[in-house]
Write a new protein. Structure first.
Length: 196
């Protein structure tokens, strides 16, 4: 007999990747708001300083470089890496994921392609989604419309996006983010049919 405080079904791990500027965070906000599944977003750890308004444990787990290194050396990350050579590390803490799965939640990782492949080596049954805007040209239009990156940053992001989009076939599902509500609904419907 299952104790009353234990979930009757185990949680699932969901990975969502895609190029920077594809609208992943916006889709996730809508998905978490509208999808009836017990979804929860895994909070990543980082060594970068918190920006104004960011709350530790909500935006990220903000760790000092030494705290991050200790956890990395102890094997506490499902995946981690230094991003774009800026000296800041990002990673997914194993206990952040495990605790959610043990509670029967569907834990979502919003991570890059390299991180996704690292996680899949350990959790091959994870449900994977690659979100993209349809083309690199559309991605460039969106990045320029944001007006938050320099020309060098845009060029770097577009090179990375082309490389990532070339690997999209390795994901179980690809979703074009044309209309946010439709993309979130599509992901929710796919997740709802897992195990059918």
């Amino acid at each position: 007999m299952v104790p009353a405080d234990r979930p009757t079904s185990p949680g699932r791990l969901v990975i969502i990747s895609g190029p920077s500027g594809a609208g992943k965070s916006t889709i996730l906000d809508r998905l978490l708001q509208d999808c009836p599944l017990p979804l929860t977003l895994s909070v990543s750890a980082t060594t970068r300083p918190a920006r104004p308004g960011e709350i530790d444990g909500k935006a990220y787990h903000f760790l000092s470089p030494s705290q991050f290194a200790e956890r990395r050396e102890a094997g506490h990350f499902l995946e981690c890496k230094e991003v774009y050579g800026r000296g800041y590390w990002y990673g997914t803490l194993d206990d952040e994921v495990t605790s959610g799965l043990e509670e029967g939640k569907w834990v979502i990782l919003e991570i890059d392609v390299a991180g996704a492949f690292d996680v899949l080596k350990q959790v091959p049954e994870a449900i994977t989604f690659f979100v993209h805007p349809g083309s690199v040209a559309e991605l460039e239009r969106r990045l320029r419309a944001r007006a938050t990156e320099s020309e060098d940053d845009i060029a770097r992001r577009l090179r990375e996006a082309e490389r990532e989009m070339g690997l999209s076939g390795k994901y179980r599902h690809c979703v074009i983010n044309d209309i946010v509500e439709d993309a979130a609904r599509q992901i929710c419907e796919i997740l709802s049919h897992q195990g059918d």
